[in-house]
Structures are given as structure tokens and as C-alpha cells.
Ligand binder design. Structure first.
Ligand SMILES: Nc1ncnc2c1ncn2[C@@H]1O[C@H](COP(=O)(O)OP(=O)(O)OP(=O)(O)O)[C@@H](O)[C@H]1O
Ligand SMILES: [Mg+2]
Length: 412
């Protein structure tokens, strides 16, 4: 955000829009001072399909957050997700510029720029260039080469791309809501930022944020992101299975899921009954939690199988002693962690944003993992003084964003 030490994170999800306002202390501590949410109606599987509804949802959430924080929100860091996201790795190489061979921040910016040079189809845009490791004169495994001495600087980077159309519709919605975008952040990266421990990221770990319409998957190894993808399934599928299975309206099915849902038949009780209204609204029946779990379990298994396939596709399945961390709104489903650990054969834990900065229960649910992660990313930007001009990664994302924005202004 432009003024001082206030940052705003915007997560436009399939089921809700979440806005978090944070204040960054001089010592770098992030405190949440505002939160706003609204039901999201204009998205399907993480992608904007109705701009007007999305604009309305964004405005509603932003208005709530600014009332609570007592500030006016003008610009935001925005999350991006959807099945169109893909990730690939690439290498960049440059010669160190200074005569005394000391590596500077400009060399790092140049080598990251070199890694960006990759054949991206014209309908796709690079969202992030994330360095995995730097290599100086053949010595690998370097995290920060600035200040070191060398002749040849290389980077192994993860390149995240997304569909131009999806990004533009997202940007258009935010701009129509009267906001500027400071930067875009990949949702799986943000969720990892919010719920993973640094030790897990060093060891190797996968985070899966199971939301309403998407599962954001990211693998981390040696501290950095090494794979990311988005699967277009989520909690809404579970709800619609319940609606069909129990012949009840979607809204009732959602209530039943939240109150009595269980992902594991073994854990469900056959002596716990609840009433189910029919679609016509006349008669109501009694159904046991066991029967409900019988409907939920196969769908959750299917979602977890898809996550398992992504872990395989990442090529890191042998390098994640940290196991799998589940978050997102749907990770609150009873029995999910247990089912996942049986299915994956990896250690599994359910993670929520541990440090929600004093807003208590509201922002500590897995539903806020993405927005909190976006906020942390933004706060780090502020703390490291990255203004978008200094040639750092964020600076580059900023310039990509300016490019997308200009491109987009030209179009409309
Ligand atoms: N206690 C619970 N048990 C089961 N499901 C839950 C529970 N609480 C929330 N959910 C589900 O979580 C989903 C919403 O999660 P979340 O807020 O992370 O999604 P989103 O960010 O809006 O969507 P997405 O990330 O997929 O675009 C809904 O499908 C909701 O039914
Ligand atoms: Mg989400």
C-alpha cells in the first residue's frame, strides 16, 4: 500500500472474498487491524465468470474491512488461482558486472530477468519468477549471492504462469471496484506462507489449500517453492454430492455438511441422527451421520487422489519428509486429516494460520490462509523496502503487472 506501513491482502475465492488489512511495525511485526468478508458469487473454480457480481463482492468485503480498520483502502495485493496456473523451472546465466567481481543486487535482478526468457505462449503471462537457488562459478545451493565474489552467476528459478484472459478478468474486477493492484501473489504460495513452519519448508513439504472450488497445491524444498498447481475441485463438490444423495436443497446440504459432516465412515456415528428437509420442503427425514459420511468419503478420497497425483507430478514425492499440510475452509471437515494420512502414507497435519495477529477465531480458520499469506508477502515487501524499482523479484512482478495492466487498458 502506498502510505507508510499499511498493507492490504485481497483473496477473491470461489465461496468468499476476504480482505485483511495489516499494519507493519517498524520492527517488522505484522498486526491485523481490519478484516472483511463477503459471499462470492461471480467465480467458478477460482476463475471470474461474472465481473459485476465479483465487483460487488469485492466492494462489500473492502467496505467492511475499511470500516473496521478506520482507513480508506486504495490499493491491494491480490491473490491469483485457477486451473490455468502452471509452473516450470528454468535457468538463467549472466556474467558478474563489477570489475572487482562482487555480486550486486543488480546482477541478481539481471539473472532473474535472464531466467524469464522462456517460450511462453502468447495467451499466457508470467506471474512469478521465484529463485530456488543461485549458483556462483559452479558452486550451487546459494540462497543470497549478493556480496559474494564470482565471475558467473546462475539461477535455478521456478516460473509460474497463468492465462492472460483469467488474469485480465481478475484485474478488471478489482479495478472496477475502485482499487489499484500493488502486486499479484500466487494463492498456493500465499497459503504456504501462512501455514507452513520454516523447518517444514526447509525439509520438504506440500501444502494443499482445499477451498470451495479449487485446491491450491504447492511443494516447498530447501526453503523455496519448487512446484505449484491448482486443481479445480473443492468443498462445493462435497456439498452438491450431499444435496443429490439426500435429495435436499444445496443450502441445506451445506448446513448439514458444516454441522454433521465427516470424511471418514469409521469415525462417524450411526446413533447420531439429524433432520433433512426435502427439495419440495414438505416431509423431513432422519438421517444418520454414518450415512452422511458414506456420501462424503468417496468424494474426499477422489479430491485427495488428485492431490496425490499432483505430488507425483511435482517430482518431489520422495523429498517431502515434512509431509502434507492441509488448510483452506474444507480442511475443517472432521476426519479429513486421518483419511488423508491413510491415503497418502505421508505424515499429514491440518494447518491454520497460526499467527492471526489478535483477531482471534475469525482470521485463524483455514479459510483465511490465503489472505493472511498474501498479507505476509506484502509485509515482507514493505520491510525489505522493495518499492518495485529496485530490481528484486517483487520489482519484476510489479513491472509484469504494469505490463499486463497497460495491455489491458489498451484493450478496454
Ligand atoms: N467445518 C467445515 N466442514 C466442512 N467444510 C467446511 C467447513 N467450514 C468450511 N467448509 C467449506 O470450505 C469451503 C470454503 O473454503 P474457503 O473459504 O477456503 O474457499 P474459497 O477460498 O472461497 O474458495 P477457493 O479457494 O476454492 O476459490 C466451502 O465449500 C465450505 O463448505
Ligand atoms: Mg481459497
Amino acid at each position: 500500500m502506498a502510505w507508510g506501513d499499511i498493507v492490504v491482502g485481497l483473496d477473491i475465492g470461489t465461496t468468499k472474498v476476504a480482505v485483511l488489512v495489516g499494519k507493519v511495525d517498524p520492527d517488522g511485526m505484522l498486526n491485523i487491524i481490519g478484516i472483511g468478508t463477503s459471499p462470492s458469487k461471480g467465480l467458478r473454480k477460482g476463475v471470474v465468470v461474472d465481473i459485476d457480481s465479483t465487483v460487488k463482492s469485492i466492494r462489500e468485503a473492502v467496505d467492511k474491512a475499511q470500516r473496521m480498520a478506520g482507513i480508506e483502502i486504495r490499493s491491494v495485493y491480490m491473490g491469483v488461482t485457477g486451473g490455468h496456473i502452471s509452473s516450470l523451472s528454468n535457468r538463467g546465466v549472466v556474467a558478474v558486472a563489477r570489475e572487482d567481481r562482487e555480486i550486486t543486487a543488480e546482477d541478481v535482478a539481471r539473472v532473474l530477468e535472464a531466467a524469464r526468457v522462456i517460450g511462453v505462449p502468447p495467451d499466457r503471462e508470467i506471474i512469478h519468477v521465484l529463485p530456488r537457488e543461485f549458483i556462483v562459478d559452479g558452486y550451487d545451493g546459494i540462497r543470497d549471492p549478493v556480496g559474494m565474489v564470482g565471475i558467473r552467476l546462475e539461477v535455478e528459478a521456478q516460473i509460474i504462469t497463468g492465462s492472460m484472459t483469467s488474469l485480465q478478468n481478475l484485474l478488471r474486477s478489482v479495478e472496477k471496484a475502485g482499487l489499484e493492484v500493488d502486486d499479484v501473489v500466487l494463492n498456493p504460495l500465499a497459503s504456504g506462507e501462512a501455514v507452513l513452519l520454516p523447518a517444514e519448508r526447509d525439509l520438504g513439504v506440500v501444502v494443499a489449500d482445499i477451498g470451495g472450488g479449487t485446491v491450491d497445491v504447492a511443494a516447498f524444498y530447501e526453503g523455496s517453492l519448487c512446484y505449484a498447481s491448482v486443481i479445480p475441485v473443492g468443498g462445493e463438490f462435497i456439498t452438491s454430492d450431499i444435496a443429490v444423495g439426500l435429495r435436499t436443497p444445496l443450502a441445506t446440504a451445506e448446513e448439514i455438511k458444516l454441522e454433521h459432516g465427516c470424511a471418514l465412515s469409521d469415525l462417524a456415528r450411526d446413533d447420531l441422527f439429524f433432520k433433512v428437509g426435502s427439495v419440495g420442503g414438505q416431509e423431513s427425514r432422519e438421517v444418520s451421520q454414518k450415512i452422511l459420511a458414506g456420501i462424503i468419503e468417496p468424494r474426499v478420497q477422489e479430491i485427495l487422489e488428485m492431490v496425490g497425483r499432483e505430488i507425483e507430478a511435482s517430482g518431489y514425492e520422495k523429498m517431502i519428509p515434512g509431509g502434507v499440510v492441509l488448510t483452506g475452509g474444507s480442511s475443517a471437515l472432521k476426519g479429513l486429516g486421518e483419511l488423508a494420512s491413510r491415503q497418502f502414507g505421508f505424515p499429514v497435519r491440518v494447518g491454520t494460520p497460526a499467527d492471526a495477529g489478535g483477531l482471534g477465531d475469525m482470521a485463524s480458520s483455514g479459510s483465511f490462509a490465503t489472505s493472511l499469506g498474501i498479507l505476509r508477502y506484502a509485509a515482507r515487501d514493505i520491510v525489505s523496502g522493495r518499492t518495485g524499482q529496485d530490481g528484486t523479484i517483487s520489482g519484476m512482478v510489479g513491472s509484469i503487472l504494469k505490463y499486463v495492466r497497460n495491455w489491458f487498458r489498451d484493450l478496454f
